[in-house]
Write a protein that binds this ligand. Structure first.
Ligand code: GTP
Ligand code: MG
Length: 192
């Protein structure tokens, strides 16, 4: 996919703040620090569109990026970050679920899971949440460059079994693994 233009539209915390321009959206969902912002930058071939950080829990709003004047990438806050108060965690969870449940423009949610670990309880809940509401979603395994080919093969089998889905794409922002496969799935859902 040739990216010609990327603009940060806005950060929103409530539905009234969401952009109302009707562009189709792809959302990136996953626990804090799993690599959501890095994945967006990698897909766009840019270093600095979505802010990344070694400190988990930095993104506390819903960030909308307009790509090629045609669609939005939506960077959601991470879930499950332990070092914020219970109340903040509840607010973030509410913000995320509200967006995912109600946004008509949402075409596909990309659920990110760390390739080095089995899905957490919260990852499994997220996947169940999408299934129960019949929301289109796809699992991307992040940071796969941190595993050997053998380890990755084994993790892929285990994670697919744990999630009960074959719709899993291993990804690395370092090697570019998974980029073409992910783009073709994204484009098929955008139906531009
Ligand atoms: P929050 O906004 O806090 O929810 O985090 P996030 O999910 O947006 O994670 P972010 O993209 O900020 O990445 C967290 C850390 O993981 C950063 O240090 C990234 O450089 C690193 N990272 C992300 N993807 C990859 C990858 O594919 N390979 C490697 N080696 N590191 C990665
Ligand atoms: Mg982030």
């Amino acid at each position: 996919m040739k990216i010609t233009e990327v603009t940060f539209v806005r950060g929103a915390v409530k539905p009234q703040d969401y952009p109302q321009n009707g562009y189709p959206e792809i959302a990136f969902v996953g626990r804090s620090n799993v690599g959501k912002s890095s994945l967006i930058n990698s897909l766009l071939g840019s270093q600095k569109v979505a802010r990344t950080s070694n400190t988990p829990g930095r993104t506390q709003q819903i960030n909308f990026f307009l790509i090629n004047q045609q669609w939005h990438f939506v960077d959601l806050p991470g879930y499950g970050y332990a070092r914020v108060s219970k109340q903040v965690r509840r607010q973030l969870q509410y913000m995320i679920q509200n967006y995912l449940a109600q946004r008509d423009a949402l075409m596909l949610s990309i659920l990110l899971v760390d390739s080095r670990h089995l899905p957490s309880e919260l990852d499994l809940q997220a996947k169940l949440w999408f299934e129960q509401r019949a929301k289109p979603f796809l699992v991307v395994l992040t940071k796969s460059d941190k595993l050997s080919n053998n380890e990755l093969r084994n993790q892929l089998i285990k994670i697919k079994a744990a999630l009960g889905t074959e719709q899993v794409i291993p990804y690395s922002t370092v090697t570019g693994l998974g980029k073409d496969a992910l783009w073709s799935t994204i484009l098929s859902h955008l139906a531009l």
